[in-house]
Design a protein around this ligand. Structure first.
Ligand SMILES: Nc1nc2c(c(=O)[nH]1)N[C@H]1C(S)=C(S)[C@@H](COP(=O)(O)OP(=O)(O)OC[C@H]3O[C@@H](n4cnc5c(N)ncnc54)[C@H](O)[C@@H]3O)O[C@H]1N2
Ligand code: MOO
Length: 397
């Protein structure tokens, strides 16, 4: 057991060795949704560019007001108009979004005044500076508003548009190759013969990669032979920025992935102190990063979530964000402590406590479907009822 790499060390190793694998391109904003920004966006204009009114009402100079004063309305300023300087002692009729005229420093909401013989009389003393949105309130010139590595969201599209930006520099989509291994596996749609099961990791990994916004360039399947594994890897190497595989990474004679990796490239780490997912292997082939995930479907899911997701995000040029944990107390106890960090599939009960799914076998996937996230139990830790552990909702991955 001592030969296993600690969970945190394995994460650090992946982070340390991973590099951006994709080129930059310029893209028109309407096509940028979901792309990864490749350079910081710095505001070149202030937003809003001028002081403007937050309300429909009247602009005046605070110092001009005194009890009972009747303000002559000296100009009318609608949004989009260029105002004249305010004639001292008067006010300007103004509308929401219109520029404040030089000389005014306060806007009175129209509901807070009334007109007598066409002149404005305030119902209450004004508050200096009220209802003015100053230039640069949203963004000021020189401010970094979106950092490189962010994935462009609809909010970013709005923000960039408010700066008048039409094109941005982003990374080209990461091309991910997926390889599944196993003589027993057939694709859905065919009839099962004795000893066969359906390949679930191929479709699940493709969906996880697509959900993250990357491109699945190939999803290949091979029998458990070194020759077919090597041939498939060579195909993937020629067309992918990064490769993920499932199965064939344990110690049996039918497990060929690690042997082929050692022949074609260099293996950086193998076997991590986690449950499930122990035989994870990390390698580089011809400069292409490779992560071999264990074949048991829940091991595949857990190692994708914790390790492949991190590797792919760095390779794609994305800011690698650790999922956000929440402290949640266990609604159960377990005296046995294991020597691996464990990711229990759990649900949160109405009492706010975490309950482990009864089926924690790494071969079982329904348990993950029926759970809400992972409870992270660190290595050599007993589980105490009522004690808080890190809960990671699946939605955070
Ligand atoms: N003697 C030992 N045996 C095993 C060890 C060990 O330390 N010593 N580790 C176990 C652990 S932990 C895991 S996890 C598995 C991982 O093995 P592999 O990655 O080599 O995976 P396979 O043997 O190819 O398959 C394991 C299991 O998963 C099923 N599988 C594989 N691929 C798929 C797929 N695409 N879709 C659905 N199901 C798949 C496969 O049929 C097996 O049942 O090794 C343990 N053994
Ligand atoms: O990862 Mo294995 O699936 O620990 O059982």
């Amino acid at each position: 057991m001592s030969s296993l790499l600690a969970f945190e060390d394995a994460l650090q190793e992946i982070k340390r060795s991973a590099t951006v694998r994709v080129a930059q391109q310029t893209i028109a904003l309407p096509h940028a949704l979901g792309s990864i920004l490749s350079e910081d966006i710095i505001a070149h204009i202030a937003v809003p560019p001028h002081d403007n009114s937050a309300m429909d009402g009247y602009a005046l100079a605070y110092a001009d007001w005194q009890e009972g004063k009747h303000f002559t309305i000296s100009q009318r300023i609608a949004a989009g108009h260029h105002p004249q300087p305010l004639i001292p002692g008067t006010c300007a009729r103004i509308f929401t979004g219109a520029n404040i005229p030089p000389g005014a420093d306060t806007v009175i909401m129209q509901e807070n005044g009334h007109l007598i013989d066409g002149k404005l009389v305030l119902d209450a003393p004004p508050i200096q500076g009220d209802n003015i949105r100053p230039a640069g309130q949203d963004m000021h010139v020189g401010q970094t508003v979106i950092a490189a590595g962010e994935k462009i969201t609809p909010i970013h599209i709005g923000l960039l548009s408010s700066l008048g930006i039409t094109h941005i520099k982003v990374f080209e989509p990461l091309r991910v190759g997926i390889l599944t291994t196993g003589n027993e596996l057939i694709p859905a749609g065919e009839d099962l013969a004795a000893g066969q099961i359906y390949n679930s990791n191929g479709p699940m990994l493709s969906a996880l990669v697509a959900q993250a916004g990357y491109q699945v360039s190939h999803c290949l399947h091979v029998a458990d032979t070194p020759e077919s594994t090597e041939a498939a890897l060579k195909t993937l190497l020629s067309s992918c920025d990064v490769i993920l595989s499932s199965g064939g990474v344990s110690v049996g004679e039918e497990d060929h992935v690690k042997g082929v990796l050692e022949k074609l490239g260099s293996v950086h780490m193998w076997k991590i102190a986690i449950k499930p997912g122990k035989p994870l292997v990390h390698a580089t082939l011809d400069g292409v990063p490779f992560l071999g995930l264990p074949g048991n479907p829940s091991s595949t899911l857990v190692t994708y979530h914790w390790f492949a997701r991190l590797l792919l995000s760095v390779c794609a040029g994305q800011n690698a964000k650790h999922p956000q944990p929440y402290p949640v107390s266990a609604g159960f106890k377990r005296l046995k402590a294991i020597q691996r960090d464990e990711f229990l599939r759990v649900s949160i009960g109405k009492d706010g406590l975490a309950y482990a799914h009864a089926q924690q076998s790494s071969g079982a996937l329904l348990a993950a479907c029926e759970s809400q996230g992972y409870l992270h139990i660190k290595a050599n830790t007993q589980i105490e009822y009522g004690h808080a552990y890190d809960f990671y909702p699946f939605s955070g991955f």
